[in-house]
Design a protein around this ligand. Structure first.
Ligand SMILES: [Zn+2]
Length: 388
């Protein structure tokens, strides 16, 4: 039986709805079965509930440091998005393959799986490890359990490639991220008596204006690196809810904001700056009217950044696989920082598809990008077979 192409495997992978809020086990079972049929043993590393799992598998000698091919299995929701075709049924139009996760990042997973038979047919001098994670889209959380499990083992892998969409360019750096939820508790009253209440929506607005001013300061005076697509640290508010009716002073407002932070700048200090503004300036003012009021903060995602040497060993190697001499740095976060932070593994990001297509309605990957990734992996397998 001929082995399936990356396109055929992608069709299967997209068919599993692996939105982060749900289980990814059906997909994991499919991958396990596929690898099992080829004689490759894989291992699950579960989350606390047992409803999601990472998958880890090794091809080649297990007692030599090898290279990890890493990708996440979860996808962002399609809720509220207008799609021209069923997001969980891969649809080809004009050389593009449409489907949720086609670009971010089941395309890479499909290419990796399609390359396994070829890797198995070679006498590998260095192992190729597959690390497929869950809960990446909600803060790169899932992979931490896998990395914890790997920590204790001998023969730690030497390199890691995270296959997030980079149009097959080599990405050596990305920013750190902090995602924060703020809950403003005010005091309600009839709006005609506004000064007797504490307007939670208005205090949220003051905090958001502060975030904007921090963003403006960082843009003009903060760390700058023109290699990045967005060369400065950014602050952004993405979600807000508060109030019930115009004639009621609202006693509750919640909003979520984030910092995407350049290497060399301290992400926690930025979060602290906002918290201090609330503690030292806003809360004392709120409490002159109502002592029960205040502002609570919760950091719900903290993704480390990464900076790999542009002239380092892995960068050169991956440039060779990709047939391209350049490198880039990007604003979006990935699991790459976790591999570096938790295991000290040299890591770069390189995968098929354009990040601009990710998370959108009618997300797609070009067939040509899958082919480039297939060629990239063929070259990687050559290296693993020849490497001494
Ligand atoms: Zn992704």
């Amino acid at each position: 039986m001929p082995s399936p192409s990356s396109l055929e495997i992608l069709r299967r992978l997209v068919g599993f709805d692996t939105t982060s809020r749900g289980s990814n086990l059906a997909l994991i079972e499919f991958v396990e079965g596929y690898l099992g049929n080829l004689g490759v043993v894989s291992e699950r590393v579960y989350d606390a509930t047992g409803e999601k799992a990472n998958l880890w598998a090794t091809i080649g000698p297990a007692d030599v440091p090898g290279i990890i091919l890493s990708g996440h299995t979860d996808v962002v929701p399609v809720d509220g998005q207008e799609w021209q075709s069923d997001p969980f049924d891969l649809t080809e139009r004009d050389g593009r393959l449409y489907g949720r996760g086609a670009c971010d990042m089941k395309g890479f997973l499909a290419c990796v799986l399609a390359a396994v038979p070829s890797a198995l047919s070679r006498d590998l001098a260095r192992p190729i490890h597959l690390a497929f994670s869950y809960d990446e889209e909600v803060g790169c959380i899932g992979v931490m359990r896998l990395l914890d499990a790997l920590k204790a083992r001998p023969n730690r892998p030497r390199y890691c490639i995270v296959g997030e969409p980079t149009s097959m360019e080599v990405v050596v750096g990305h920013k750190a991220k902090r995602s924060v939820r703020a809950t403003v508790t005010g005091r309600a009253c009839h709006s005609s008596l506004a000064p007797q209440g504490v307007n939670a929506v208005e205090y949220a607005a003051l905090l958001i204006a502060k975030l904007r001013s921090i963003g403006a300061r960082l843009a003009s005076q903060g760390k700058r690196d023109e290699t990045y697509d967005v060369p400065v640290t950014t602050a952004h508010t993405g979600k807000i809810a508060g109030g019930t009716a115009l004639n009621i002073v609202p006693d509750r407002c919640r909003f979520e904001f984030e910092f995407r932070v350049m290497p060399g700048e301290d992400p926690d200090a930025l979060v602290e700056e906002i918290i201090s503004y609330a503690r030292d300036t806003l809360e004392p003012e709120m409490r002159t009217i109502a002592p029960e009021t205040g502002i609570a903060f919760e950091v719900f995602a903290a993704v480390p950044g990464i900076e790999t040497a542009p002239d380092g060993e892995l960068t050169h190697l991956v440039q060779r696989f990709a047939g391209s001499n350049g490198y880039a740095k990007v604003a979006y976060g990935t699991e790459a920082g976790r591999f570096k932070e938790m295991l000290g593994i040299e890591t770069v990001i390189c995968g098929p598809g354009r990040i601009a297509e990710a998370h959108r309605p009618d997300e797609y990957i070009e067939v040509a990008q899958l082919k480039r990734c297939d060629a990239f992996l063929a070259s990687l397998i050559d290296w693993a077979a020849l490497a001494r």
